[in-house]
Design a protein around this ligand. Structure first.
Ligand code: MN
Length: 362
């Protein structure tokens, strides 16, 4: 398929660089765009950033524990099986993270710190075998904010990780003693995150049953069906409303699942704050400004064009990142949706790859 008599792009070249990249670099002509738009295999070159692993120290209590033997094999596989799944979904790079609730559910502070370190070393060792395809988020034991900051520094500077991923609130000491990261003891930790200039992924975890009577008798609601969204959106709003981003304006947080419901409710949140007869947040600016300036939003586990379109309308395409949520979601299903969703090729490239390249300096 000669283009302008000079450049030749073959199906193989296209598969290697991806249609978006080829368009962006001007390699594809408009005739070739038609060719590129023909559904074939998944277009490769995507970067996926909410992809989970498990390992023996957390496997007994993780969200993967109820899974089949095959599911457990998949989530612990950081080798050829993982790479084959990535190839199947057209994903060139995965940023891997420890599955929830992970470190955050280990109430013994010393044990939490030790298991976080083991998880990070285990991940780094496996990334070392496939450094071009696999990257990592640090697990950190926020039971002890100071040592968590030290471990994050080690992960970024020595292990070459891309940021931190934390599974919601932390239990510490007693099982029902929980902390959210707007609390004052975390300010120095956030200073370290800002100084390192790396993103912090706020991943969901389920509310403790004793703290959520609304879920009693309805266990099906507690996890990813609804509870994850409710819990994580409230946690993110606590961070925004606390003034955290006034004190640390360069912090970059990431929310999965197309923003945990926040983009479609953000106008009402600020409208009600402005008209409320009750209390107001401490933050200096409207909540929507923090959502648009301090947050990135991923497509993990929410492969719905209508919802993506709404997120694009609220936050723009610069802050949206492709993700799957493997192995809880299927690499092929996610790719089938994203690769053929009615987006411009420029936006498909940004969301699928370029935004993540820029954010993580890949
Ligand atoms: Mn996930």
């Amino acid at each position: 398929m000669p283009i302008n008599g000079k450049t030749e792009i073959t199906r193989r070249t296209f598969m290697q660089v991806g249609s978006g990249a080829a368009l962006a670099t001007g390699v594809l002509s408009s005739t070739a765009k038609l060719e590129a738009a023909i559904p074939s295999a998944s277009s490769p070159g995507k970067i996926a950033v909410e992809e989970h692993f498990d390992f023996p120290a957390t496997a007994g209590a993780s969200y993967a524990a109820p899974g089949s033997p095959e599911f457990k094999r998949q989530i612990q596989d950081l080798g050829s099986g993982r790479i084959a799944e990535m190839d199947r979904g057209g994903v060139e790079v995965c940023i891997l993270s420890l599955v929830g609730p992970g470190i955050q559910a280990i109430t013994d502070v010393r044990q939490a710190t030790e298991v976080a370190r083991q998880a990070n070393d285990h991940l780094a060792e496996n990334i070392g075998k496939n450094p071009k395809r696999l990257k990592g988020f640090a697990a950190v034991a926020l039971q002890d904010p100071q040592s968590a900051a030290q471990e994050l520094v080690r992960c970024i500077k020595e292990l070459g990780f891309c940021g931190a991923l934390v599974n919601g609130f932390t239990q510490s000491g007693q099982a029902d003693s929980i902390s959210f990261y707007d609390m004052p003891q975390y300010r120095d930790f956030w200073a370290t995150v800002q100084q390192l200039d790396v993103p912090f992924y706020l991943h969901p975890r389920a509310a403790l049953p004793e703290h959520q009577p609304a879920y009693q008798g309805h266990a099906w609601l507690t996890g990813s069906v609804w509870g994850f969204t409710a819990e994580t959106s409230v946690h993110a709003l606590r961070l925004m409303g606390s003034g955290l981003f006034d004190d640390y304006p360069k912090l970059k947080l990431i929310l999965g699942h197309l923003g945990e419901g926040l983009p479609c409710n953000i106008w009402r949140i600020d409208n009600r704050i402005s008209r409320t007869l009750g209390s107001r947040p401490k933050a200096n600016r409207p909540i929507a400004q923090y959502l648009r300036q301090n947050f990135y939003i991923t497509t993990s586990g929410n492969f719905r064009t209508q919802t993506l379109t709404e997120v694009i309308d609220e936050v723009g395409t610069d802050r949206i990142l492709y993700s799957v949520d493997f192995p809880f979601e299927d690499m092929g299903v996610a790719a089938e949706w994203f690769d053929h969703a009615p987006l411009s090729e420029a936006n498909r490239l940004k969301i699928g790859r370029a935004n993540a390249q820029q954010l993580f300096h890949l």
